[in-house]
Design a protein around this ligand. Structure first.
Ligand code: GLY
Length: 389
């Protein structure tokens, strides 16, 4: 679908502020319950339950707290952020559930953010240790960072598109420490990922396997999408944001063009209200759940890329991001604390399909990254934001 922008309402500056006011109010409201513990990855009947700091998603909750702190400056948020940074510090020192690639998702919006915002030295130390942990998953033969599982098994010898968001942590660590190893590994991974996860039609593979002996590309597959050859909606959105970040950090011009194509594919497969179903295979009329988190992630990617484009093109992507967030604000955002303790409804974490045996959880619910990226997009539209990524 080519988007005719005039057909879609814009979100106004007042609505953006109102949305951020509500998000900050909701976070303050639940903060007493979720300071020493975290919100679960996904809600159940639209309510999050408390969990320990063991999942790949906990950083988004701390990230929401920091975004709320940036918006309203309430000291209770700062205090909670510091308590959570301590939890991340303990987690990386004790190596609790850190044998995977999601160190960036965990430590950028929590510890890097806390270091940037309030100069937390504990946050800085924890984030550098997390970067050290992340580079242990690098395979020099295949030149990529392995996503999950033990490092010595061929069935684990793969990367996933989501990892593009884990790499800013490595660029940050190189800048902070002066050690170029982190950046060099990130760059190799980006190159390998981009060369393999983007298909000819600019849809994307969720995961991609390599030959363990030679490192040569083997085959693409999905884990959370509808079927191997389809475009998982969140994977494509990780691709949109991932290409913007790849350009930001490498300065390689070819990534701008890839951003345009991957984004175009995404936009062409959106239903009328600009919020995708959980896989881009589905559209209006299909009885399938949405993934509102995908829309917010893609909007953040467009807002990021707009910073590096010429005036007209930047305006174009900002305008699309604006319409997407307006749709989330009007139709998906929580506006009444009695119906949910989250921020955005109708996300899908992982939906079971006949082609795919992935877990079935968090379907048509709030999820932490959906809440976080909605706030990030609003913040990006509200001010000149110093990003956590
Ligand atoms: N990075 C995992 C997910 O998007 O569900």
């Amino acid at each position: 679908m080519a988007i005719t922008l005039e057909r879609y309402p814009k979100i106004s500056a007042d609505e953006i502020k109102a949305a951020l006011d509500f998000c900050s109010g909701q976070i303050l409201h639940v903060l007493p319950q979720f300071t020493d513990v975290f919100e679960n990855a996904y809600s159940e009947n639209n309510f999050y339950r408390p969990v320990e700091n063991r999942d790949w998603t906990n950083g988004f909750w701390t990230g929401e707290i920091w975004l709320a702190y940036e918006h309203c400056g309430d000291e209770r948020l700062k205090k909670a952020g510091e308590i959570q940074i301590h939890s991340f510090f303990e987690r990386i020192h004790k190596k609790i559930e850190v044998d995977h690639h999601d160190m960036g998702f965990l430590y950028s919006p929590s510890c890097v953010a806390g270091y940037k915002l309030i100069g937390s030295s504990e946050g800085r130390e924890a984030a550098i240790k997390a970067a050290d942990q992340l580079i242990t998953r690098y395979h020099p033969v295949g030149e990529f960072i392995q996503a999950w599982g033990p490092m010595d098994a061929p069935e684990n010898y793969r990367l996933i598109i989501d990892c593009l968001l884990n790499l800013p942590l490595l660029y940050w660590a190189s800048r902070e420490t002066g050690d170029c190893r982190y950046r060099e590994i990130a760059e190799k991974h980006i190159h390998t990922a981009v060369a393999n996860v983007i298909r000819e039609d600019y849809s994307t593979w969720h995961t991609f396997f390599f030959d363990m002996k030679t490192g040569s590309p083997d085959h693409g597959a999905t884990c959370q999408g509808y079927r191997d050859g389809s475009a998982w909606a969140r994977g494509q959105a990780w691709g949109v944001y991932g290409m913007a970040l790849a350009y930001r950090y490498t300065g390689r011009k070819e990534y701008i063009d890839l951003f345009r194509h991957v984004t175009e594919y995404y936009l062409e497969h959106l239903p009328k209200d600009l919020v995708p179903y959980w896989d881009l295979e589905f559209t209006d009329g299909d009885d399938q759940p949405r993934d509102s988190s995908s829309a917010s992630i893609a909007a953040c990617g467009m807002l990021e890329m707009a910073k590096y484009l010429g005036t007209e093109e930047a305006k174009h992507y900002r305008a699309i991001a604006n319409r997407i967030i307006k749709s989330i604000y009007d139709n998906y955002a929580v506006k009444d604390m009695n119906i949910s303790n989250g921020l955005v409804l109708h996300s899908t974490y992982s939906n079971h399909s006949p082609y795919n045996t992935c877990n079935h959880c968090g379907v048509d619910e709030c999820n932490l990254w959906g809440d976080y990226f909605y706030m990030e997009a609003l913040t990006r539209m509200n001010k000149n934001w110093e990003q956590y990524w």
